[in-house]
Write a protein that binds this ligand. Structure first.
Ligand SMILES: C[S@@+](CC[C@H](N)C(=O)[O-])C[C@H]1O[C@@H](n2cnc3c(N)ncnc32)[C@H](O)[C@@H]1O
Length: 218
């Protein structure tokens, strides 16, 4: 049985940090790499699907004054993040990032960590376009996520997801937790379709992969 997205994370919130740091290959290193990749000039950062903020734990070590807006569906995950960093400049919003208005030209950087591998291409391209608009000229979107190499692997997970959703009679458009990783090639294509001028894969450990997309104009 697959579970509603926010229920899935709510029931697992207690062991979540330890699971990601110790059991998901490449995540611990990916959190550190994400912090290293953020330019020192970044003041305003938007973190989509910030959860308990494992990436922010590393980012605050290097950039303690970063002004962070974090968006997440799951209140229980945001509660943990709030408790971890009471003194930091964080605006935490419980919302669906597909609906929430990020504004225009507001952020120096946008990031997402291990949250985009649950959605189909069309939704991601639309979201990437809105991220592009939310960035200032010269801004960067950095995504660390579960990505695969072969199209047949991607097809397998998407087909399985559809089969299970049909079996459970899950209405289209409702968020249920099931991993549908995309290929690195498709990720880069989707970001280019969202008008990002420079797009590249910069790091990978096992299936945990970081892509950086840059908005031109600076
Ligand atoms: C695997 S966790 C990643 C959390 C954190 N970024 C990390 O790497 O530890 C995925 C997070 O994405 C959030 N999420 C999934 N779909 C979302 C959506 N449509 N809008 C906002 N948050 C979402 C979940 O609630 C969950 O906290």
């Amino acid at each position: 049985m697959i579970e509603k997205m926010s229920d899935f994370f709510t029931v697992r919130v207690n062991g979540y940090d330890s699971h990601m740091l110790n059991e998901v290959a490449g995540c611990k290193e990916g959190y550190q790499k994400m912090a290293d990749l953020l330019p020192g000039t970044v003041v305003n950062l938007l973190d989509l699907g910030c959860g308990t903020g494992l990436e922010l734990d590393e980012i605050f070590k290097i950039h303690p004054a970063m002004q962070v807006t974090g968006i997440d569906l799951t209140a229980a995950m945001l509660d943990v993040l709030k408790q971890k960093h009471p003194g930091k400049d964080m605006t935490l919003i419980q919302a669906n990032y597909f609906d929430y208005d990020f504004g225009t030209g507001k952020f120096d950087a946008v990031l997402s960590f291990q949250t985009m591998h649950h959605f189909p291409h069309a939704k991601k391209i639309e979201l990437y376009s809105r991220i592009y608009s939310a960035l200032k000229p010269g801004g960067k979107y950095i995504e660390c996520d579960y990505m695969v190499i072969e199209q047949k692997e991607e097809d397998f997970y998407f087909n399985e997801n559809e089969r299970i959703r049909n079996e459970q009679n899950i209405p289209a458009g409702e968020f249920y937790h099931y991993d549908t990783p995309c290929t690195i090639d498709n990720q880069l294509k989707m970001l280019r379709m969202a008008e990002f001028e420079k797009v590249e894969m910069v790091w990978r450990m096992e299936n945990t992969t970081i892509v950086v997309a840059e908005k031109g104009g600076k």
